[in-house]
Write a protein that binds this ligand. Structure first.
Ligand code: ZN
Length: 250
């Protein structure tokens, strides 16, 4: 989302007990800044640093990296810079909209607002898994995956919580690129319910080889995104109608 360059200090490397690489102190503009580094990630904090939190962030990211590597059968070039921010400086530093707590930027870095947490809880894990999903989707599709699929798939992979049913069950959009954030999740979950994850992966890989989005969807999923959205919309409407007919009349 944001095209910027992040600069890192030179780190001294040493192996720690977990098998991950522990970087020593790197001097930056704001003083000593401990980092946590593995083959896949470079985790650092802007502001007050909790070394335990950085280590936990790295471990959580490594777990998700393994999951995604199995799923996507490819991986983004590492190490991926992961920058953690106190919530008060996140939006000003990254330019992210007020509702976003994470950004995967076009330079391939993950920026995450950690608030005041001392440990990685479910919310921060979802955020990290979501931003990491963007890195894999971006890499496999050669940065050509449409934004609705980027957001829908990142949400679907990182967050298994049920989504609230829409107030108006009818799908208002006729093109997937105008779906709202929750709409991208619902549509992507629909696609994942009728196609294997491997098929979605192959669709992304086709885009990465230069195939158009429509051609990749047509070949792998049997319809263009607009056609598949229309089919989903008709299905949602049918289901809403059936539900209405089953509701007892007062
Ligand atoms: Zn996202």
């Amino acid at each position: 989302m944001l095209a910027r360059h992040i600069k890192f200090g030179v780190a001294t490397l040493a192996l720690c007990a977990t098998g991950l690489v522990h970087a020593g102190t790197a001097m930056q503009a704001h003083g000593p800044e401990p980092q946590r580094i593995s083959t896949h990630f470079e985790v650092s904090t802007r502001g007050t640093t909790s070394q335990r939190l950085e280590r936990e962030v790295l471990q959580v990211l490594e777990t998700w990296h393994h999951r995604y590597m199995v799923m996507f059968e490819s991986e983004p070039m590492g190490p991926i810079p992961v920058i953690l921010y106190p919530r008060r400086t996140f939006h000003g530093s990254t330019g992210a909209p007020h509702w976003a707590d994470g950004v995967y930027d076009s330079d391939g870095a993950i920026h995450a607002a950690i608030g005041g947490v001392a440990r990685v809880g479910a919310g921060l894990e979802r955020l990290l898994a979501h931003e990491l999903a963007h890195a894999f989707i971006n890499q496999l599709s050669g940065s050509r995956a449409p934004r609705w699929l980027q957001e829908g798939l990142a949400q679907a992979l990182a967050d298994s919580r049920p989504v609230k049913p829409p107030v108006h069950p009818r799908v208002a959009a006729t093109r997937p690129d105008v779906l709202d954030y929750e709409g991208t999740l619902r549509f992507t979950r629909h696609l994942l319910s009728i196609h294997a994850t491997a098929t979605i992966r192959d669709t992304l890989a086709d885009m990465g080889t230069g195939r158009s989005i429509d051609a990749a969807f047509q070949a792998r999923l049997g319809g263009t995104p607009v056609e598949l959205l229309a089919a989903w919309s008709a299905r949602e409407e049918r289901l809403a109608h059936q539900q209405m007919m089953m509701e007892p009349t007062p």
